[in-house]
Design a binder for this molecule. Structure first.
Ligand SMILES: [Cu+2]
Length: 474
């Protein structure tokens, strides 16, 4: 099937929409290759809905493999969470499944498979849902959804997959950077006019550090809400599945570059062409520079922040079981490569060896340090309505310590502290990037009953076991 342009659809409360997963012919840098897409679009359609609305989705699987749809970040009914064996059976080829979605939070959410995420997401299955309040919808600013991704290409094709995940050690880092499915992303803007960017990292493994030189990001929000106090930043770091809401104002007309600018390398992701405007800049800059606080968020977060110094309720350790092939010395070898900075693996500096590691010989682990139970053999139980302080300790004594992105399904959390340092910028999240060796304390609001996954959003780590469950009892 040919690839179609990504549609942006404004959907009404209660509307029923059709979504299908199928095979398409992708095109990248003039090379055509076989892949997947939702509704023949890559990324899949952007759905715009109002906070508080609901949608019904009739999903059809036109692939030749089974799949499900996970609605990332939505606090929806457990039965629609899209986790095979836990919330629903896999949707077989030719079959369909009806999902009911609700949108209690503002932000950019997204949908992707929860079956062989390493293959299906890389082949092109993801799309976004922009949820805004009526007031945010009415703001007179240009709004853009930016989906960051990377794909690993060789001889004009995606590097082959296996019947179990390959690249299991670090995950599949790509060599072609994509924004909204394009290797050469282009955006138009007007001098002095604010552009609001909703950014998602949809890659399998790569952390991005987004930058637009000669501008600053006014950082407004994260995965599932706004900061009480916006702030300015040069870089926007997003681990796989994390999102951000930022605004940019271009003071001068001309051409700006969008970079993935990490401590170890820099890639050009796209170009922003800014048309000149006759409007005087001073007033516009002044209003952009003002960082007015959100009083309601401030009060809400202050009550959560009070947990920063209280003891944690339970703990997870993040580690690895892997026996390096003879002649390889895990951490020593890794540290000799210049890919690692601040506990983040920005690049796969040993892709050749990584490519040979599979989920058969690598087990990524999330475990209870007390019982040593791990991954899907471990279920914790909490009660609906409870706030639980959970410690994630990313151990640095494994054969390959690296960053993970912890994703909690169906419920939201705030990061209270990292390595004992209190987080001054609380915000509602569903995914958080934890550097190698770091200890992160989060406060999860278990508002939603059901059995929910807690897992690493590195797709290859997930396929290599790094997933556990929490039962939220009524
Ligand atoms: Cu991981």
């Amino acid at each position: 099937m040919p690839l179609l342009e990504t549609q942006v659809l404004e959907l009404k409360d209660g509307q029923k929409v059709e979504l299908s997963a199928g095979t398409v012919e992708h095109s990248l840098n003039g090379q055509k290759f076989y892949g997947y897409a939702y509704n023949q679009q890559f990324p899949g359609p952007v759905w715009k809905v109002q906070k508080g609305a609901s949608l019904r989705v009739h999903f059809t699987n036109d692939l030749d493999v089974s799949t499900t749809v996970h609605w990332h970040g939505l606090r929806l009914k457990n039965e629609f969470d899209g986790v095979p064996m836990v919330t629903q059976p896999e949707v077989q080829p030719g079959q369909s499944f009806d999902y009911e979605l609700v949108f209690p939070d503002e932000g950019l959410f997204w949908y992707h498979p929860h079956v062989r995420e390493d293959v299906q997401q890389e082949r092109g299955l993801y799309g976004t849902i922009l949820v805004e309040s009526q007031e945010t919808q009415a703001l007179p600013v240009q709004k853009e959804v930016l989906v960051l991704d990377d794909v690993l290409m060789e001889s004009g094709e995606l590097v082959p997959f296996e019947n179990r995940a390959n690249f299991a050690l670090m995950g599949r880092y790509g060599n072609v950077m994509l924004v909204n499915g394009k290797a050469e992303y282009a955006l138009r803007a007007v001098q002095g006019e604010r552009v609001r960017l909703h950014v998602l990292n949809a890659s399998n493994a790569r952390p991005f550090s987004l930058a637009i030189p000669n501008t600053q990001f006014k950082v407004l929000g994260s995965d599932a809400g706004f900061y009480a106090q916006p702030f300015f930043a040069d870089h926007l770091v997003l681990g796989p599945s994390e999102r951000a809401i930022v605004e940019v104002l271009f003071e001068e007309a001309g051409e700006y570059k969008l970079f993935n600018s990490t401590p170890v390398t820099q890639y050009t992701l796209g170009t922003i062409r800014v048309a000149s405007s006759a409007t005087p800049m001073e007033g516009l800059m002044e209003s952009f520079s003002s960082l007015s606080a959100n009083i309601i968020s401030m009060q809400e977060y202050a009550s959560l922040q009070a947990f920063t110094n209280s003891p944690y309720d339970f703990e997870y350790e993040l580690t690895l079981d892997w026996k390096p092939m003879s002649g390889m010395h895990g951490p020593a070898m890794m540290n000799s490569m210049h890919s690692f900075e601040d506990g983040i693996e920005w690049e796969d500096a040993m892709a050749y060896m990584n490519g040979f590691t599979t989920s058969d010989d690598v087990t990524w682990i999330i475990r209870d340090p007390l019982t040593k139970k791990q991954n899907m053999d471990l279920t914790r139980t909490v009660k609906k309505g409870e706030l639980k302080k959970i410690r994630f300790k990313n151990l640095d004594d494994s054969p390959h310590p690296m960053n993970h992105v912890i994703h909690v399904h169906g419920n939201r959390f705030v990061v209270l502290s990292v390595d004992g340092k209190p987080n001054e910028r609380l915000v509602w999240k569903d995914s958080a990037l934890i550097p190698a060796g770091a200890t992160m304390d989060v406060l999860v609001e278990f508002s939603n009953p059901g059995t929910w996954m807690v897992h690493c959003h590195n797709a290859e780590h997930l396929e290599s076991g790094m997933m556990t469950q929490i039962l939220v009892a009524e």
